[in-house]
Design a protein around this ligand. Structure first.
Ligand SMILES: [Mg+2]
Length: 319
């Protein structure tokens, strides 16, 4: 049966850029530009814990890579390549073809070629491990500890869509089920602004990708940077499809909704026009939502509902 698994390579053998040695030798070889450091991130997705057995394989292939390249962008790193480990109960040709299609489409879109990997038979369910590598100029990485007093706080894209999609899939807010078709791609096929993130290296200060919710992820920045944040709720970029929904749905989605894979970053006010020009160049929406100051924790100003009753998961953590 080993042959069956060797055949899997067929689905994952794609051209790699000049100068890269991909699948076929003992190691892949990636060139790193002079004056740069290697940025490495990895993520493990397990059936039954991170996705269901009936998840659409093409979306799964997309998301397995998206969550990794999102972390590269959040460091200000430009993608160089990725490796994929797959453990499957059986080599299902149709499942693999779809998974590979979703993975490859995003790999090509963000310039992160697959350069190696491994497959094995699993005892129980599908396990997907992706490691992505990128490069960032020395001393220009966007670390969580680099926020400074007086920095603007910026968010890319829009907020709320992935969280409401998840709630609809879990059977909540049935009266809004008509929105699912619009919102589902935000949950299942997030498009992290990786190249824009890389363009912020050396310009922005701290950055993080929003995977666990704005408050929780910005909380990592203020804690690591020993500072506080004021967020102006009315400035948050609400997904237009959520306009008109009750604040009891929208507020927790904006502040605590995860799976966003957009960036939250801080930068000096003097960098505003440069940031807006780069966002325009990369066709990325950017919004200033608040300010870093001295102190501890995150203060949300002018929220429609009191924060203690909006069901914001993890909010107590920052109180
Ligand atoms: Mg992250």
């Amino acid at each position: 049966m080993a042959g069956e698994f060797e055949l899997i390579g067929r689905h994952f053998t794609w051209p790699v850029p000049a100068g890269v040695l991909g699948v076929g030798d003992d190691c892949a070889l990636l060139p790193v530009s002079p004056g740069h450091r290697l940025a490495v991130t990895t993520d493990l997705l397990i059936e039954g814990r991170h996705f269901f057995a009936d998840a659409d394989p093409e979306s799964l292939g997309h998301k397995a890579l998206a969550v990794n390249v999102s972390d590269l962008g959040a460091m200000g790193a430009r993608p160089l390549g990725c490796v994929l480990g797959l453990s499957l109960p059986q080599a299902d040709d149709i499942w693999l073809e779809k998974f590979a299609r979703g993975f490859r489409a995003l790999a090509e879109a963000v310039g992160c070629p697959l350069v190696g990997g491994d497959t094995t038979r699993s005892v129980n369910g599908v396990v997907i491990s992706v490691t992505a590598m990128g490069e960032v100029p020395i001393d220009a990485a966007l670390t969580r500890s680099a926020a400074q007093d007086g920095d603007d706080i910026w968010v890319t894209g829009t907020l709320g869509g992935a969280h409401v999609a998840l709630q609809l899939l879990q059977g909540h807010h049935g009266e809004h089920l008509g929105l699912l078709e619009t919102l589902r791609p935000l949950l299942e096929r997030p498009l992290p602004p990786v190249r824009f993130g890389a363009s912020l290296a050396g310009l922005a200060h701290a950055a993080i990708d929003i995977s666990d919710g704005l408050l929780q992820d910005l909380g990592h920045i203020v804690k690591a940077s020993n500072c506080a944040a004021d967020i102006e709720y009315p400035l948050l970029p609400v997904l237009p499809a959520l306009d008109g929904l009750d604040a009891s749905i929208v507020q927790p989605a904006l502040l605590s909704g995860g799976d966003v894979y957009q960036l939250c970053f801080t930068a000096a006010p003097v960098a505003r026009s440069r940031i807006e020009a780069l966002a325009c160049e990369h066709s990325v929406r950017v919004t200033r939502v608040g300010r870093i100051r001295t102190g501890v924790g995150i203060n949300v100003l002018a929220s429609p509902l009191p924060l203690s009753s909006d069901g914001c998961a993890g909010f107590d953590h920052f109180a």
